[in-house]
Design a protein around this ligand. Structure first.
Ligand SMILES: Cc1cc2nc3c(=O)[nH]c(=O)nc-3n(C[C@H](O)[C@H](O)[C@H](O)COP(=O)(O)O)c2cc1C
Length: 209
């Protein structure tokens, strides 16, 4: 059973003391052992509306130069999954080589998991904060959302897939031309345990100046 959102500690108010460093073996264990799940391994229950709001609130606590909040969240759950899938299907409906099976698959795109949060990178014009930093902040949001979901007891996966790279799909999902999809974070209860995958050899990727 996932933890209730009430298990999430309150955030400090502005200028109240916040934690800059705190020993947390549980956090270390989560970081050392967490894994993404395949969509087919995500089952019901989906995170509730309250849980999604709590998770998104935690996810948004990322480094964000200039406090611009250069991202936004679109929840795709419940029947919203059907509406969003129908919008995607409209995009590809008449594309060359698309048959009925593909149309049906795309129509059910978001029903592959109990819930999804589309994280939108939405850079703000700023003389001070480069767009690159704003995009990186959106990536941090995606992973923070995944971590928060894991800590609440949900499994998840951060995917992009073709809608991210199709301008028509982005528009169909409500993005403007300046925005990009940082990720679809699919969420659900874990239907089975995960196993470890191959990891990049970190030692060969560390150097020192
Ligand atoms: C930005 C981003 C986009 C991704 N998009 C996809 C994708 O479209 N399809 C896919 O199979 N995996 C994709 N992945 C990889 C999955 O998230 C993958 O399950 C994950 O890397 C597994 O590692 P983990 O268990 O350590 O989380 C993406 C990863 C990132 C960071």
């Amino acid at each position: 059973m996932p933890l209730p959102p009430s298990a999430i500690p309150a955030q400090p108010l502005e200028n109240q003391p916040a934690n800059a460093a705190r020993k947390s073996p549980e956090t270390l264990a989560l970081l050392a052992q967490r894994r993404s799940s395949k969509l087919m391994q995500l089952t019901t229950p989906a995170p509730s509306a309250d849980e999604l709001e709590a998770l998104i609130t935690l996810a948004a606590r990322v480094p964000d130069h200039g406090k611009l909040g250069p991202w936004r969240f679109v929840i795709i759950d419940g029947d919203g999954r059907i509406r969003a899938g129908a919008a995607l299907e409209q995009v590809i409906r008449n594309d060359e080589g698309v048959d009925d099976a593909r149309r049906e698959f795309v129509r059910g795109w978001f029903t592959r998991a109990p819930a999804c949060v589309m994280v939108v990178s939405s850079p703000r014009p700023s003389p001070k904060v480069p767009e690159w930093e704003q995009i990186l902040s959106a990536g941090a949001v995606c992973f923070n959302l995944l971590l928060a979901a894991h800590a609440l007891g949900y499994a998840g996966s951060w995917l992009t897939e073709w809608p991210t790279f199709d301008e028509r799909a982005r528009a169909a999902l409500g993005l403007n031309s300046e925005e990009r999809i940082a990720g679809f974070v699919y969420l659900g209860a874990p239907s089975q345990g995960a196993t470890e995958r191959v990891r990049a050899d970190v030692s060969s990727r560390i150097s020192r100046l």
